[in-house]
Design a protein around this ligand. Structure first.
Ligand SMILES: [Zn+2]
Length: 449
């Protein structure tokens, strides 16, 4: 069944079936989906196991055996999905798994059941092929990725660490193809930004709305927000974002003029670069900016719960993402200083540093080598993931973890950001087939390393 259309049909069928399990997280409820997937793998000769990590929570693991002296390659995906949101906006049932208009439709089609289906079919095919003398391959489809992985990869690392023990892992997060002029680049995630969730508690005097007071917490909130908005971005060039900069500059012929200025953090050079890179490559200057700076987004506000009561306290929450080398405590100190003269207390809700894997690993080298074999002229572009995936926890546990799904460059999913976590999530059948074929190829190559 090695032919492309056979692999595609099998992966499409599996993906459609996985989507029909509503694994919206919270609460997750991945267990039934996990049982189904484990049976599917077992029927195809893999030794699969369902790992229960809580009531209704299920993870699946399976092993393609090999040379036991070698640590396994970990192929990782997740079974939970984000909520479908406003159902009336969807053109098709988000949990229908419909195959229509050349696509498989539903929540999770891309993130991450499409990836899981491609991985599972590739591993089933690998089992059929055999080759026990090569590196073993461990498959893991986790619960709970979308809300931080406590009942998923975190639970496994704590309670069944042998299932995550690996030579290196590959999961979602990269693979989107950026087109710059005549050149095409497959993004490859070598790290993830850190996170700092802040709570600003703003004090004022509570009172009757009919008698406006002078020290209202709401107006202090306005001042806090103005100062946060005016925070100058500090651009930094680091190994995990260096190559994008070099490629964009060389593609535009501007490298001699701009490289030094960008490295120095020159704001005018950066705004020119962001527009250039946003237009050429990654579609939005804002995405490029987030690759080169720490970010801060105010997201939640709590004030009075009555319209006629002036609140004595207002709470503002902000979500910050930090580049490697930017530590949460330094960022916190900077922000505290910014509002030091105001009646505001800044506290940390949650924080962790960025995580990063080696750029110099056989996984990186192998993907770099395979890309032009899959598609003439396709090149690797190492970069950093702006959001979060299960990779982070694997890196904390000491493993090399990479985010890469072998998407073809055509059809180019320009609307990927609105499909993933948005409405009308769907994946083209030919893409399902192609990522399955390339995943199989990649895993076969890596088994020999
Ligand atoms: Zn995901």
């Amino acid at each position: 069944m090695s032919d492309v259309s056979g692999l595609r049909d099998e992966a499409v069928g599996l993906l459609s079936a996985l989507i029909r399990f509503d694994t919206t997280n919270p609460p997750g409820n991945e267990l039934e989906c996990a049982r189904f997937l484990a049976d599917w793998l077992t029927e195809r000769g893999l030794s699969a196991e369902v790992i229960e990590s809580g009531a209704g929570r299920g993870n699946v693991t399976a092993l393609v055996p090999g040379d036991e002296k070698k640590k396994p390659l970990l192929i990782l995906g997740h079974l939970d999905v984000v909520p479908a949101g406003d159902l009336t906006k969807w053109r098709r049932d988000p949990f229908g798994g419909e195959i229509a208009e050349g696509c498989v439709w539903g929540r999770g089609a891309i993130d991450c059941k499409g990836v899981v289906a491609a991985q599972a079919v590739a591993l089933a095919e690998l089992t059929r092929i055999g080759n026990e003398g090569e590196r073993p391959v461990r498959f893991l489809a986790t619960a709970d990725e979308e809300v931080g992985g406590k009942a998923g990869i975190g639970w496994i690392l704590q309670n069944r660490p042998e299932l995550a023990d690996c030579w290196a892992s590959i999961t979602e997060g990269g693979g989107e193809v950026y087109i710059m002029g005549q050149r095409r680049f497959a993004s490859f995630m070598v790290g993830e930004k850190g996170q700092l969730r802040l709570r600003f508690t703003i004090q004022g005097t509570q009172g009757h709305a009919a008698v406006p007071l002078n020290d209202q917490a709401m107006y202090v909130l306005g001042e806090v927000l103005r100062r946060l908005e005016k925070l100058e971005p500090e651009y930094r060039v680091i190994p995990s974002n260096r190559e994008l900069l070099d490629q964009v500059l060389s593609g535009s012929g501007l490298e001699r003029k701009y490289t030094r200025r960008l490295e120095r953090g020159d704001g005018r050079a950066w705004s020119k670069f962001l527009n250039l890179a946003g237009g050429m490559a990654v579609r939005m200057p804002q995405i490029v900016r987030a690759i080169y700076t720490d970010t801060l987004s105010p997201t939640m506000v709590e004030g009075s719960d009555k319209i006629n009561v002036i609140p004595g306290e207002v709470i503002l929450n902000c979500d910050c993402r930090l580049l490697p080398g930017s530590e949460p405590e330094d960022k916190l100190a900077k922000i505290k200083k910014l509002v030091a003269d105001l009646p505001v207390e800044v506290t940390v809700e949650n924080a962790h540093s960025a995580s990063i894997s080696s750029l110099d690993h056989p996984v990186v080298e192998t993907v770099r080598r395979l890309l032009p074999e899959w598609e003439d002229g396709l090149e690797l572009l190492p970069t950093i993931c702006l959001g979060g995936t299960d990779s982070r926890q694997l890196r904390w546990a000491g493993y090399e973890a990479y985010g890469y799904v072998p998407f073809p460059s055509e059809p180019n999913l320009k609307d990927m950001p609105s499909r993933v976590h948005g409405v009308d999530e769907r994946l083209e059948l030919e893409i399902v087939g192609e990522i399955t074929r390339r995943t199989l190829d990649l895993v076969r190559e890596l088994r020999r390393r």
